[in-house]
Design a protein around this ligand. Structure first.
Ligand code: FRU
Length: 485
C-alpha cells in the first residue's frame, strides 16, 4: 500500500493534463468495469447529487483525482438518459473557495422548476487542520456545470461536534417548506441528524432541531449520508452509522441501514414501525442515496458506493479504486424494502450462453435454487475449488457468503464471511458480475449482497450442483469511460 503525504492527497488539480497519464494507464486494467459507474481516475466513493432533471439523470460521485486515496474531494458528474447508459460530464464541483478549501463533500440535489440545485458540504480546514463544515448550494449552469452560490446557506452548530455534513434536501407539501437533513454527531459522540427548514430553497434556512428517533438515541458514533423518502405512504429513513459493530456484521464498524415508519415534522420525530434492517448484506455497500424528483410516489431509485470507509482494495496498486452500485428500484413489500435491478438492464444482455462452467468477466447469472441446502461458487479455479462461495442453509433460511477462497484476498480483518438472512426460502438469485464487482439479488430483491471481488486469470469459473437451472448472459458495455475533466 502506498503512503501518501497530506500535500499529495490534498493537491489541487490545476489542469486535466496532470491526470492524463494516470487515466491512460488505468484504462488497461483488467478490473475496469463495463456497466458500472467508476472513477475516471483515482478514487470514487459516495454517490452525490442524484436526481432526474428535465428528462436526464444526473449523478455525481465523491472523487479524488490522484489515486486510490481519500484526499481532496471533488464531485465528478455523469449523466444518463435511462439509468443504464452513462456518460462522463466532467467535474461537477471543485474545492476552490474558502468554504470548501479542503473538499466538496457529499450532498444531494433537487429539480426545482427549470433549475437543478445541488446541496453539498464545504469542508473547510484552517492552518491547524481544524474543520468547519458549511452547507452550500450550486445550480446547474447552461454548460452542464454547476455554479456555486458565493456564500454558504449556513455554517455548523457549536452544540454538536465538527461532524455535520451530507445535506439531503426534501420538500414537505403539508408544511409547504423545504427541509435539509444533515448527518451529525453529538458532543458526546453519538450519531444523529440535524434538521433545517426554509420556505425558499436557496435562502432563509433556520435550524429546526435534532431529529428524534425513539430507540436510536445511541446507535453508532456518527450518521453519515442521511436520506429520507416517502414510498407508498410510508417514510423510509436511510443512513450510514459509523464507529459501532452491529450483530451479524463481523468486524465492520461502517454500516448502511434503514427504518420504515413515519416522519412527524411537527415534533421532528421519526417513528419507526419495525426494527432497523441492513440495506444490503454484502461486504461493500455504503452511503446509499436515492434519486430526487423521480415523480413516482410508489418507488425510489437507490444507488450506493461499492466500498466502505477505511477499507483497502487491490486496485490501489493500479492507482484507482471504487465503483457505484447499479441503480436499484425500491418498493415496500410486507413492511420491508424490496430492491430490484432496473428492467432496462436486460437490454445490456448479449446472446444467452450455454452454461459450461466458465464465467465471462461481465455477465448476468440467473439461478433457480433447488429445494433444500445449496452451494454456488463464483470465481473458482477450473476444478471448482476456491472462489466466492455462497452456501444456503435451508433450515435457517440464511445464505452465507465466504470470500476466503479468492486468490486475491483483501480487508481480511473486517471479515470475509457474512450472512444474508431471508424470510422466505431461497428460490432465485440474480447475480450481476462486472469485472471487480458482484451484486446478488435474492428472491426478486427480498435481500441483496454486494461485494468487490478481483478474480485472477485462472478464476473465471463457477461451480453449481448438477441439475441446477442456470441462465447466463454476457453483458455489453453501457458506461463510457472518456477522459472528460
Ligand atoms: C461518507 C463520507 C461523507 C463525506 C464524504 C467525504 O463516505 O465520509 O460523510 O461527506 O464521505 O468524502
Amino acid at each position: 500500500m502506498r503512503e501518501w503525504t497530506r500535500d499529495e492527497r490534498y493537491r489541487v488539480l490545476k489542469s486535466p493534463e496532470e491526470i492524463r497519464e494516470l487515466y491512460d494507464r488505468i484504462q488497461a486494467s483488467a478490473y475496469r468495469q463495463r456497466y458500472h459507474v467508476q472513477p475516471v481516475t483515482g478514487l470514487s466513493s459516495d454517490p452525490n447529487g442524484f436526481a432526474l432533471h428535465r428528462g436526464t439523470w444526473h449523478l455525481c460521485y465523491q472523487w479524488c483525482p490522484w489515486g486510490a486515496v481519500h484526499g481532496l474531494k471533488y464531485w465528478y458528474h455523469v449523466t444518463s438518459p435511462d439509468l443504464v447508459h452513462w456518460e462522463n460530464a466532467g467535474i461537477g464541483l471543485k474545492p476552490d473557495c474558502f468554504y470548501d478549501n479542503r473538499g466538496t463533500h457529499s450532498g444531494s440535489a433537487i429539480s426545482h422548476g427549470d433549475e437543478l440545485v445541488f446541496f453539498y458540504t464545504g469542508n473547510h480546514r484552517d492552518e491547524d487542520w481544524t474543520r468547519t463544515p458549511y452547507t452550500c448550494a450550486a445550480v446547474l449552469g447552461p454548460d452542464n456545470r454547476p455554479v456555486k452560490l458565493p456564500e454558504p446557506l449556513f455554517g455548523p452548530r457549536d452544540d454538536h461536534s465538527e461532524h455535520q455534513r451530507d445535506p439531503k434536501v426534501v420538500w414537505n407539501e403539508a408544511k409547504r417548506k423545504y427541509y435539509i437533513f444533515i448527518g451529525a454527531q453529538t458532543l458526546d459522540l453519538r450519531g444523529c441528524v440535524l434538521i433545517y427548514e426554509s420556505e425558499e430553497l436557496l435562502r432563509g434556512w433556520r435550524f429546526a432541531g435534532e431529529l428524534k428517533v425513539p430507540g436510536y438515541e445511541s446507535f453508532g458514533g456518527m450518521w453519515e449520508c442521511p436520506y429520507i423518502v416517502n414510498i407508498s405512504g410510508k417514510d423510509v429513513l436511510i443512513f450510514s452509522p459509523q464507529y459501532t459493530k452491529l450483530p451479524g456484521r463481523a468486524e465492520s464498524t461502517n454500516h448502511n441501514v434503514y427504518l420504515i415508519g413515519r416522519m412527524d415534522y411537527d415534533t421532528l420525530t421519526f417513528i419507526p414501525e419495525g426494527p432497523y434492517r441492513h440495506l444490503d448484506y454484502g461486504f461493500d455497500f455504503y452511503a446509499a442515496q436515492g434519486a430526487a424528483s423521480i415523480g413516482d410516489p410508489d418507488k425510489a431509485i437507490l444507488i450506493a458506493w461499492i466500498g466502505l470507509p477505511d477499507n483497502h482494495y487491490p486496485t490501489e496498486e493500479e492507482d484507482w479504486e471504487g465503483s457505484l452500485s447499479l441503480p436499484r428500484e425500491l418498493r415496500i413489500v410486507d413492511g420491508k424494502l424490496r430492491q430490484t435491478p432496473l428492467a432496462a438492464l436486460e437490454g445490456l444482455r448479449g446472446a444467452e450462453l450455454v452454461p459450461d462452467g466458465t464465467l465471462p468477466a461481465a455477465c448476468e447469472l440467473d439461478v433457480a435454487a433447488p429445494d433444500g441446502d445449496f452451494e454456488l461458487a463464483l470465481f473458482t479455479k477450473a476444478d471448482g475449488a476456491g472462489g466466492l462461495r455462497l452456501k444456503y442453509d435451508s433450515a435457517r433460511k440464511v445464505c452465507t457468503v465466504d470470500r476466503t477462497g479468492l486468490d486475491r484476498r483483501f480487508n481480511e480483518k473486517v471479515g470475509e464471511v457474512l450472512d444474508m438472512p431471508l424470510e422466505a426460502p431461497l428460490r432465485a438469485l440474480r447475480i450481476f458480475i462486472d469485472r471487480c464487482s458482484v451484486e446478488i439479488f435474492a428472491n426478486d430483491g427480498e435481500a441483496t449482497f454486494t461485494t468487490h471481488a478481483y478474480p485472477t486469470e485462472r478464476e473465471f469459473h463457477y461451480a453449481a450442483p448438477e441439475g441446477v437451472k442456470l441462465r447466463l448472459w454476457p453483458m455489453n458495455a453501457s458506461v463510457t469511460d472518456k477522459f472528460v475533466i
